[in-house]
Write a protein that binds this ligand. Structure first.
Ligand code: ATP
Ligand code: MG
Length: 365
């Protein structure tokens, strides 16, 4: 292994605060990689999103898609603006298109508390959450995006389709994740969240999950209906290890999870397939704070750390994983030391958080 290995990163800044937090994220990743003498990044900046749609008539240009396919990983800020829409009235969402075009079937959303960041729950245990939501990302209701049918002014319809292939592969991804977490002291449990009592599609999702879970006898599998899962995530979220669920349920539970750990500014995500992966914060473009410098870049930094970890595993580059934990440690340390971002009542914006995290990386390890 040599220190001169380079990873090609397709960087899609997107719109609003997405485009504001991505440069700082690259600086933090490069800082951490430099600190551990790890591989270098070759970022290529690519256009996509609402601004691109206005300028070029397409939200995801061919050139961007081709470069994303050719890259080792894709880093995305956030894209879309409420007042820029496709002719059918839906929002510009190249991130959703990428999931389908690159077959990114597993949406990984870690819900991990950062000490010092307030949680809305009073119970002490809520200050140390560490679980992961795995969201199926290529089918379910979201596969109807752009294909919904409106009949006059009388009715509208979207389709919810679940397949064996789609459910088996996301179940396997969740089970493998639970297995690797177990090796590091995790509970080794995957909770399948569905609505099997009402929908044929959901009963099928549960059946296929159960079949896959039997292939992992070292783990335990259990089930919750989506409504009960929402209750449990507020009542006793510390009981979860890995959750696997359908696309739209995962969308909703991810935001609920983000709320438990301080809000969207703290929630990273990865959309992973067999051949490609996109890393982006869970938040959107936040037009209300865009341009003010007040956005919290933490979710973006942690998404970048997930990218380094994924690259490390895929390419056998342990130093990229060391850099990822360096980023996480630095983030944890600066909040533990009292730094507070705007949305949690402090004054630190993009610039300050970046500077403080970079400074911490420079003295850690
Ligand atoms: P999307 O449709 O892409 O999910 P959204 O409409 O759900 O987007 P977000 O942009 O995710 O909205 O965020 C909702 C609100 O949360 C924002 O308007 C903003 O006030 C706040 N917010 C989101 N991300 C951040 C951040 N990184 N830092 C600070 N505040 C944020
Ligand atoms: Mg949202």
């Amino acid at each position: 292994m040599t220190g001169d290995r380079r990873f090609r990163i397709a960087v899609i800044p997107g719109d609003g605060i997405g485009a504001e937090v991505i440069g700082p994220c690259l600086a933090v990743l490069e800082g951490a990689l430099g600190r551990v003498g790890g591989p270098r990044l070759d970022p290529e900046i690519l256009a996509a999103g609402a601004g691109t749609y206005l300028a070029q008539g397409t939200a995801l240009p061919e050139r961007t898609l081709a470069a994303a396919r050719a890259a080792d990983a894709i880093l995305l800020g956030a894209a879309g603006l409420p007042d820029v829409r496709y002719p059918d009235g839906t929002e510009i969402a190249p991130q959703i298109e990428l999931r389908f075009l690159l077959d990114l079937y597993a949406g990984i959303r870690p819900i991990r508390s950062i000490r010092g960041v307030p949680t809305p729950l009073a119970d002490q245990r809520a200050a140390a959450l560490d679980f992961v939501i795995v969201r199926e990302s290529t089918e379910g209701l979201f596969a109807s995006h752009g294909k919904g049918r409106v009949r006059g002014d009388a009715e509208a319809e979207d389709r919810l389709r679940i397949t064996r292939r789609g459910t088996a592969r996301v179940s396997d991804a969740a089970l493998r994740l639970a297995r690797s977490r177990k090796a590091a002291g995790g509970a080794g449990r995957v909770t399948c969240v569905d609505k099997a009592n009402v929908f044929a599609s959901m009963a099928f999702f549960r059946k296929v999950f159960d079949e896959r879970a039997r292939q992992f006898p070292d783990l335990s599998g259990d089930h919750l209906y989506i409504d009960a899962a929402a209750l449990e995530m507020v009542r006793a979220p510390w009981r979860f290890d890995v959750i696997v669920t359908e696309n739209m349920f995962g969308d909703i539970l991810s935001d609920l999870g983000a709320g438990l750990i301080g809000g969207m500014g703290f929630a990273p995500s990865a959309d992973i397939g067999d051949d490609h992966a996109v890393f982006q914060p869970c938040h959107g473009t936040a037009p209300d704070i865009a341009g003010s410098g007040r956005a919290n870049p933490t979710a973006m930094f942690l998404s970048g750390a997930m990218m380094l970890e994924w690259l490390a595993e895929r390419h056998g580059e342990p130093r990229a994983a060391e850099a990822a934990s360096l980023v996480r440690q630095a983030v944890d340390a600066v909040f533990a030391d009292g730094m507070r971002t705007w949305e949690i009542g402090g004054t630190a914006g993009i610039r300050e958080v970046t500077d403080v995290v970079l400074a911490r990386i420079a003295v850690t390890g």
